[in-house]
Design a protein around this ligand. Structure first.
Ligand code: PXP
Length: 243
């Protein structure tokens, strides 16, 4: 069963909608930990649409489990990531117009920048993961660049229906098996919700799921504790090993 890591970006989205001090994403993250989350993830975007620089400082000071910071390859963002004190970094593509991260990082196309960024973040003390589509060429390049982790983009699977969903799930399973066989560790996330998460959580060797929007949205109705508990119960019902 993968560990449940919670992405808190959209608590900050709600706060930024009114530029108020509430709801406080740090308090929400601490409540998520209380409810059993094993890690907290946030994405400091260049346009600061949700998480702010001060949130990262506060999260670092207060998160007790593990802080995973998502960052683009932009120099300003990498410099902030480097000094953030996060235990984990996930390198993601970032495009100003997108509503959310749309596709995986093009590890093959960005190899030169990644060759510098991965050791840089590693020496700041965090484990680096590359957010990529379940594409074997991208996975092989992640290995060549010596990233310890990849995070498989589950967005295509999450959006698909019927036979296409089953095919997307098989691509995720094959990609995970391939990555594991060449020595990469595997996380997954994006677009996962209370309905589509169990099949992904059942794929052997996925260590961690990063889930945000669906849990934050559910918490509006039932509170943080129950929203996390319901997702944890779904994970507990799966038997896949993460070793
Ligand atoms: N993983 C990565 C790398 C992401 O960029 C995001 C979205 O910020 C997530 C996981 C979580 O996606 P969602 O909010 O759709 O659960």
């Amino acid at each position: 069963m993968p560990r449940l890591h919670i992405n808190i970006d959209h608590v900050a989205t709600l706060r930024q909608a009114r530029r108020e001090a509430f709801p406080d994403p740090i308090a929400w993250a601490l409540a998520a930990e209380e409810a059993g989350a094993e890690g907290i993830t946030c994405h400091l975007r260049k346009d600061r649409r949700h998480i702010q620089d001060a949130d990262v400082v506060q999260l670092r000071a207060q998160v007790k489990t593990l802080l995973n910071l998502e960052s683009s390859l932009d120099e300003e963002m990498l410099a902030l990531a480097e000094k953030s004190g996060a235990e984990a970094f996930c390198l993601v593509p970032e495009n100003r117009e997108e509503v959310t991260t749309e596709g995986g990082l093009n590890v093959v196309g960005e190899a030169a920048r990644l060759r510098e960024a991965i050791p840089r973040l590693t020496s700041s003390g965090g484990l680096v993961s590359l957010f990529i589509d379940p594409d074997l060429k991208q996975i092989d390049m992640a290995r060549e660049l010596q990233a310890p982790f990849i995070e498989l983009h589950t967005g295509e699977y999450a959006k698909a229906t019927g036979a296409a969903r089953q095919e997307a799930l098989e691509r995720l399973a094959n990609a995970t098996a391939h990555a594991k066989s060449i020595g990469l560790r595997v996380n997954a996330g994006h677009g996962l919700d209370y309905e589509n998460t169990p099949p992904v959580a059942s794929i052997p060797h996925i260590e961690e799921l990063n889930i945000g929007f669906a849990i934050v949205a559910r918490s509006v109705f039932v509170g943080v504790s129950r929203a996390i508990g319901e997702m944890q119960n779904l994970l507990d019902g799966t038997t896949a090993s993460r070793a």
